[in-house]
Design a binder for this molecule. Sequence first.
Ligand code: HEM
Ligand code: HEM
Ligand SMILES: Nc1nc2c(c(=O)[nH]1)N[C@H]1C(S)=C(S)[C@@H](COP(=O)(O)O)O[C@H]1N2
Ligand SMILES: [Mo]
Length: 324
Amino acid sequence: MGRRTNLTLAALLLAALASGFWSFSIGTDWLIDPSIIHGVIALAILVLSPWKSVVVKRGLARSRPGQVWSLLFLVVVLVTIISGLAHTADWARALAGMTMMQIHVGAAVVALVLGIGHYFRHPQRLRAPDLDRRGFLRLAATGGLASVLWWGWERLAGASRRFTGSHEVGSFDPSGFPVTSWINDVPPAMAADTWRVEVGEMSFTLEDLAAMSEDDIEATIDCTGGWHSTQIWRGVRLDRLVESGAWRSVEVVSATGYARRYPARDLDRLWLAVAVGDEPLSIGHGFPARIVAPERRGFWWVKWVVAIHPAMTPWWVQSPFPLT
Ligand code: HEM
Ligand code: HEM
Ligand SMILES: Nc1nc2c(c(=O)[nH]1)N[C@H]1C(S)=C(S)[C@@H](COP(=O)(O)O)O[C@H]1N2
Ligand SMILES: [Mo]
């Protein structure tokens, strides 16, 4: 009995991690929201807690070395679940200088490490009868209960969110949305008159870009930190800036070294923006120029752009999430 509970928990934890990163990576609305799948999987862990608590009591009854780690694991899993629920209910956007989402993902990654240790201290094997009819009925009941819990939580606490799970802030107010970095980039101050952006063999000044800007783009920036904001941006579409060629991708590089690579076929859906809501970009929001990438999550919206390199490299030759 306990073995089956433990194995189901192992599967749920891995599925929660996978669906969490999945919902982090999407920028377009799909038929099924990964954030819903993620929520149901996560709540299924709670559904199993009465059974798991029997295992825990039995384990703790025989004192063994290393149990402190199991208890730490328990605490970290609880922090992960509670911070997830707190994000959904919008209890607090930030705690101790971190957003609720940062706490959530940070705790989930620590839980993965502790969980691997826990598994190797308590290895469990799948046996053929686990996959019989009763096993499936049990799984279905767990999934059903978790779905009902998810639905109830959504009605009770779920503040209105985008399909990514993000909350709206300061739309159409160019100073109303947060200045955010992926990890620890500090806004670099750049002089408007000496700044240049290198695009392949060419180079443009801020004045050039302002003169070439013809598009007003209404687009939603949706940070994986858990907020989104819709603004009117102005800039130059990248397919008008980049010399045409048989490129496979373009890499956009920031003054800080932060960079992302996009498929060349997306150049007509990406802008180098110099203004938001009729005002120049503030330093924090990417002055002199930043990428506006509708349908892509915030980490694609490279700020403080200094170079755009067309290349023959496929766009996916990069880490799925930035590393700096
Ligand atoms: C041990 C792994 C994890 C557990 C147990 C877990 C648990 C939870 C829970 C309980 C919620 C609230 C669900 C709801 O209100 O419907 C949630 C929401 C969320 N989690 Fe996780 N999580 C885990 C890992 C991750 C990871 C690795 C990421 C991202 C990389 C992530 C991203 C999110 C997001 C974006 C939401 C908001 C979804 C929404 O509001 O609809 N989670 N998580
Ligand atoms: C939500 C995830 C989990 C939490 C919070 C958790 C927590 C705990 C705690 C606090 C104990 C008691 C202390 C100890 O004996 O080490 C324990 C025992 C145990 N856990 Fe976990 N665990 C989880 C998932 C798993 C998984 C995925 C497995 C294996 C696949 C597993 C296998 C075991 C076993 C075999 C015991 C010992 C039972 C006994 O000695 O009778 N647990 N767990
Ligand atoms: N150079 C650089 N660009 C960056 C980042 C960064 O850390 N460095 N963070 C990205 C992330 S994660 C987001 S959500 C947006 C935030 O843009 P904002 O500060 O204008 O809200 O910028 C993106 N562009
Ligand atoms: Mo972000």
